[in-house]
Design a protein around this ligand. Structure first.
Ligand code: AMP
Length: 426
């Protein structure tokens, strides 16, 4: 049998209610906070990420599914979506859309592709939900508002055990100076570091902070953090950002060693980590400010702030009771049990009526004896069984049996619809 590609997986119907719940809550948050949806292609030019995300990042250097198309074009499957959204913002001159208000606020939902090492919680095709605020303003209030929206989403999903980590990685000039310092400090210690860190040293020394190898970590622990040498403007920005979070009652922890895996971040970077139910890969949300990314890919000068969260991980972080409730909510309202050929024909029309009234109705086409049919109603986990026989047809009322309580009553179509709609879903 041919199987799924390594690192990808089928999302089967039993988990879909959980995925839909996360998507629905996210869409509701975006609606409340004034974000509009955008869908960009999965296929992009490799150069977009090489220039945007950075040639030296693990994502571009090691993980991107990039290939030469038959006509010689360098293409890839998108490894993330911020660069694509910034590309679309420029390509369609969305900055001219006055209905967007002061800033353009966009969100996306879709698959991303990275050829990562196989491990639990990391997939080669995974799904992100993300949002971007782009425009002329770099007010830290924007950052706090976006994080407040994430905070609401997490609470709405019942995920209460996460921690918000924040840091400032300074502006481009500071990063340049800091990189020089890092390189000078790393050079005499390179022999103690792994081959990936050698590559990082050559291309972007900031990336050594991403290394998980213990011998490298020993060296990394001795390095000064970028936060130690923040320029005045970045420091003020960071202080204001923290004050905005405080004012909104949002708890956070400053982590000066968090640099994030993408080059485009300037100043504010953040992660939301730690929901129980996640293993070692416990970063649920990653984001930050990316002033200048637009210019890097040839666009207009733009300030930007955004985040992406892993839908796969958000689903895993859902509390067990909530996951259980969501799975149960996917069960059909009614299973029709018919007895005899006339009842079978009648049931088709009855099912049509009930479905048009909004109920989820299941009926099998094979006739079964009463007992077997009731067992089938239980197997498909229907909330009610509706019994249709010749007498019921003559009277125009049917036996509605609540399968949880075994209570049964004779009701007409309208009363059935009303009864089932009233009784709240689990
Ligand atoms: P990043 O785009 O690397 O900042 O990642 C943002 C979020 O996407 C992470 O916090 C994860 O929740 C999720 N994510 C990133 N890579 C993967 C992956 N390979 N598998 C599953 N989720 C991922």
């Amino acid at each position: 049998m041919i199987q799924t590609v390594k690192g990808t997986r089928d999302l089967l119907p039993d988990v879909m209610p959980l995925w839909l719940r996360v998507e629905t809550v996210a869409r509701e948050a975006f609606r409340r906070y004034g974000f509009k949806e955008i869908r960009t292609p999965i296929l992009e030019q490799t150069e977009l990420f090489a220039r945007g995300v950075g040639e030296a990042t693990d994502i571009v250097h090691k993980e991107m599914y990039a290939f030469t198309d038959r006509n010689g074009d360098q293409l890839c499957l998108r490894p993330e979506n911020t660069a694509s959204v910034v590309r679309a913002y420029n390509q369609h001159k969305l900055y001219n859309d006055k209905t967007a208000g002061e800033n353009t606020k966009l969100y996306y939902i879709g698959p991303m592709f990275r050829r990562e090492r196989q491990q639990a919680g990391r997939y080669r095709q995974f799904y992100q939900i993300g949002a971007e605020v782009m425009g002329a303003s770099d007010d830290p209030a924007i950052e706090a508002e976006v994080i407040e929206m994430l905070d609401w989403m997490l609470k709405e999903l019942g995920i209460n055990d996460t921690t918000l980590l924040i840091n400032s990685v300074g502006d481009a000039a500071l990063r340049g100076a800091y990189l020089e310092t890092l390189r000078a400090l790393l050079a005499p210690q390179l022999d103690k570091m792994c081959s990936d860190c050698h590559h990082r040293y050559e291309t972007n020394a900031l990336r050594v902070f991403d290394c998980k190898i213990e011998s490298c970590q020993t060296v990394i622990a001795t390095l000064p953090t970028i936060t130690d040498s923040l320029d005045e403007a970045s420091r003020t920005h960071f202080e204001q950002f923290k004050a905005h979070l405080d004012a909104r009652g949002i708890a956070y922890r400053v982590n000066p060693r968090m640099v994030r895996g993408l080059d485009y971040y300037t100043r504010t970077a953040f992660e939301i980590v730690g929901a129980s139910g996640l293993g070692a890969q416990n970063t649920v949300v990653g984001g930050g400010r990316y002033d200048g990314l637009s210019e890097l890919i040839g666009g207009v000068p733009t300030k930007g702030f955004g985040f992406a969260f892993g839908l796969d991980r958000m689903v895993m972080a859902l509390p067990d009771a909530e996951a259980e409730r969501l799975r149960a909510s996917d069960a059909p309202d009614v299973f029709i049990v018919f007895l005899g050929d006339a009842a079978r024909q009648h049931s088709f029309r009855l099912a049509q009526q009930l479905r048009r009234a909004g109920l989820s109705v299941v009926l099998d086409f094979d006739e079964r004896k009463m007992k077997k049919a009731m067992a089938q109603a239980n197997k498909v986990q229907a909330r009610y069984a509706l019994i249709v026989g010749d007498n019921e047809i003559a009277q125009g009322t049917y036996g509605l049996k609540n399968l949880a309580t075994s209570e049964q009553e004779m009701l007409g179509v309208e009363a059935i619809t009303q009864r089932i709609s009233e009784s709240a879903k689990p």
